[in-house]
Design a protein. Sequence first.
Length: 112
Amino acid sequence: MKKNENLKEKRKMKMYILIKESIPNGFAMLASAHASLACYLKFKDTPEIAEWLSGPFFKAICKINDSEFEKAKETPDHIILTESALDNQEVAIAFKPREEWPKSFKFFRLYK
């Protein structure tokens, strides 16, 4: 079986990292890196992380507004990150990798 065929058979596990659009770019980059690591550490002993790490380990980093951020908190299995240099403001939320996501996640804008 070819490598590409193997990938098609595997479930597409993805970690979402959502960053508030009000966060300056430099802090957003830091938040993204910290969120990925914090999420991995929080959920490292779960079967989803093991499957995600077996590759390819997809991530979607999105820019969202405050109301979208608050709504996203309702989705289980996440970790919220704060930034001390911004008065401990919540800056990002990262979600344990999974295959299925709430419909709203498909409409979040990718961070570019």
